[in-house]
Write a protein that binds this ligand. Structure first.
Ligand code: ADP
Ligand code: MG
Length: 236
């Protein structure tokens, strides 16, 4: 099998249908997600709010095809991730998904622009074009000029988060998944990062899901959902 299914799919965003996820818990299983339904269209910015432990990161891990649910379907641009083997799932993730994890996983020794280009060495675009695109993306998230040549420790928390977002956008994903992007930032910087996510959702037509425990940051979202004990509801 090749990656033909993912690469030919129309961009329709993300859908979760009847998703249930459990983890081993001693003799039992802990239900982290229960019968979750979610559909996010291209260009839509959905926010999921919920307390710590409610299942937000689990939701993103399933949507990112990093965890397989016990039941239910995850569709990325209409492609059922559960029906794919490991290689095709990896290809789907690389070609269609942009992920900003809660823990910034920037590489300490690389400059901002290199954080993006290191992905390209796996993908094989022409180096000069890849660099131009990386610089353009960094500029579009507010990191211009000399800042692009700084290493993570020479950037502020907010700037590092911008690098993370630019990196997630580098592969032109259909779906952008963002876990607690503001947890390490003060309120104003956090609000700026959420504003940026709203902007990139419009500009890149991504189906964006941001999860957060901070209810103050939901104003820029097109839609707010609430996660409580693994259940997703539309009530804010
Ligand atoms: P949130 O991101 O909202 O804080 P999580 O998705 O991380 O919530 O966790 C949901 C529930 O699943 C919690 O009760 C948590 O302890 C549990 N959980 C998360 N990851 C694992 C894991 N790898 N193994 C077992 N339990 C887990
Ligand atoms: Mg979490």
């Amino acid at each position: 099998m090749t990656t033909s299914a993912p690469t030919t799919a129309v961009r329709t965003g993300l859908a979760l249908r009847g998703v249930t996820l459990t983890y081993p818990d001693g003799e039992h299983r802990l239900t982290a997600l229960e019968d979750v339904e979610l559909a996010v269209a291209p260009g839509e910015f959905a926010a999921v709010a919920g307390p710590s432990g409610s299942g937000k990161s689990s939701l993103l891990a399933v949507a990112a095809t990093l965890l397989r649910p016990d039941r239910g379907e995850v569709l990325v641009d209409g492609v059922d991730a559960g029906a794919l083997g490991e290689r095709d799932r990896t290809a789907l993730r690389r070609e269609r998904l942009g992920i900003v994890f809660q823990q910034s996983n920037l590489l300490a020794s690389l400059t901002a622009v290199e954080q993006l280009l290191v992905l390209e060495s796996v993908r094989g675009r022409r180096p000069a074009r890849a660099r131009a695109r990386a610089e353009e993306l960094l500029e579009s998230v507010g990191l211009a000029g000399a800042k692009q040549r700084r290493r993570p420790h020479q950037l502020s928390g907010g700037e590092r988060q911008r690098v993370n977002i630019a990196r997630a956008l580098f592969g032109s994903p259909s779906v952008l998944l963002v876990d607690e992007p503001t947890s390490a930032l003060d309120h104003e910087r956090g609000a700026q990062v959420v504003e940026l996510l709203a902007e990139v959702t419009r500009a890149h037509r991504t189906a964006t899901v941001m999860v957060t425990h901070d209810r103050d940051l939901l104003g820029r979202a097109d839609r707010v959902l609430t996660m409580q004990d693994g259940r997703l509801t539309t009530a804010a």
